[in-house]
Design a binder for this molecule. Structure first.
Ligand code: DAH
Length: 343
């Protein structure tokens, strides 16, 4: 055996070992390029043939061809193995475990303020009340003057009211909707106005933006007894028939007489708790018979028309209903808080 032939066999043995060791189709291919590629080992060694005698040349050529075939056969077997292995790995990587639970798409929840608001609307519409809204930016006249709140009234204090300009405010209550209703509707009528109101105030129990519901009933003859009946019905529908309601004399410029109304604490059944400040009662809102001066402001004859009105905060209702003690939670939109009200 000449030295070229032994170099050839040595290299073939090396290349076959590399074929067996190759861990990927790509690594395997690189072994092939180096051994049998256009500029690989076999091509180079063929160039050395010139050094051989005339008799040795064809024998060596045959030898090279045999090596090439031997390499090719081993190569293809290994390539098949590696391709199969890579396929298995890919399938394992991409596989889907159909027994796993599906992705949960969380359902949205109604905001607690919205829930209460709709309950109030549902209860009062049973009594024939329509629902109306009013502007959140109000003329001073609607928010104050027509409601018998004169310019020097403490309710107008700069600390409470967001003034837009000398004539316009962010409404501080829903009561101005009473004026819109009185100006646009022909009495007798009964209506409620839920909506956003604004005051310069912010702490655990006050938010600069909160919600109220206003109620107004106008007819020829209206009594405090009817007002009490309406409020009692509303509160017992909202908090359960075991609830007790009480009225306390109070003052509002737009009602005369005026009364604030409380309900017995539904959290502790009037035994005394933090929410009712151990009094057994919770303040809900204000009410009264429409002050004749309000009728005069909208050019209705107070000798012909009477009415009752009431107003209360929705956040307060939600605080009672859900036992929440920080009003800011309603406005922060923390999904962990809001998610608890999903139905
Ligand atoms: N507007 C009052 C407030 O924001 C609440 C109120 C009291 C409304 C008496 C009324 C009423 O309709 O009759 O504090």
């Amino acid at each position: 055996m000449n030295s070229l032939t032994s170099a050839l066999h040595e290299k073939l043995a090396q290349a076959l070992a590399q074929v067996h060791e190759a861990k990927s189709v790509q690594a395997l291919y690189e072994v092939k390029v180096a051994f049998a590629g256009k500029q690989g080992f076999l091509t180079e060694i063929m160039k050395e043939m010139v050094k051989l005698s005339k008799e040795q040349k064809p024998l060596f050529g045959k030898e090279v061809n045999q090596c090439k075939t031997a390499f090719e056969t081993t190569y293809q077997t290994r390539e098949g193995q590696l391709q199969e292995q890579e396929l298995f790995e890919k399938v394992a990587r991409d596989s889907v475990d159909v027994s796993l639970p599906g992705l949960k798409i969380p359902a949205g929840a109604k905001h607690p303020i919205y829930i209460i608001l709709h309950e109030v609307v549902a209860v009062l519409s049973k009594l024939g009340y329509t629902v109306r809204t009013g502007p959140q930016i109000e003329k001073d006249w609607y928010n104050f003057e027509a409601l018998n709140i004169p310019p020097d009234h403490p309710a107008r204090d700069m600390q409470d009211t967001f003034y837009i300009d000398a004539n316009h405010v962010l409404r501080t209550h829903t009561s101005p909707v009473q004026i819109h209703a009185l100006l646009s509707e022909k009495p007798p009528f009964r209506t409620i106005a839920p909506g956003s109101v604004f005051r310069c105030d912010s702490d655990v129990s006050h938010s600069p933006n909160f919600h109220q519901v206003e109620g107004l009933l106008v007819d020829h003859k209206v009594s405090m007894a009817e007002l009490k009946g309406t409020i009692s019905f509303l509160l017992s529908e909202l908090f359960g028939s075991a609830i007790k309601v009480r009225f306390r004399p109070s003052f509002f410029p737009f009602t005369e007489p005026s009364a604030e109304f409380d309900c017995s604490c539904p959290i502790c059944a009037s035994k005394g708790c933090r929410l009712c400040k151990f009094s057994g009662w919770i303040e809900i809102g204000g009410s009264g018979l429409v002050n004749p001066r309000v009728f005069e402001a909208v050019k209705l004859d107070p000798a012909q028309w009477q009415g009752f009105a009431f107003g209360f905060g929705i956040e307060r209702m939600a605080i009672i209903k859900y036992g929440i003690d920080d009003i800011r939670l309603f406005f922060e939109n923390d999904l962990r808080f809001l998610g608890q009200f999903s139905v």
